[in-house]
Design a protein around this ligand. Structure first.
Ligand code: ZN
Length: 59
């Protein structure tokens, strides 16, 4: 049920917001270059995934 803004105290809304913090991202080091990034993704540093070059980086 909707509650008017002024009827919810600062303490109540801030206490509720105490649960809204973002969890830290789970970053894993790349097997090839040890660059830390999300698991199950192409490495943004060297462009490799599972030992294969997917994106050509550099020249
Ligand atoms: Zn890499």
């Amino acid at each position: 049920m909707a509650v008017p803004m002024g009827k919810v105290s600062k303490r109540r809304s801030r206490s509720r917001a105490a649960h809204h913090a973002l969890a830290p991202r789970n970053l894993r080091p790349c097997a090839r270059c040890a660059h830390r990034g999300p698991a199950h993704r192409v490495c943004e540093n060297c462009g490799h995934y599972r030992g294969r070059e997917v994106i050509h980086k550099g020249d």
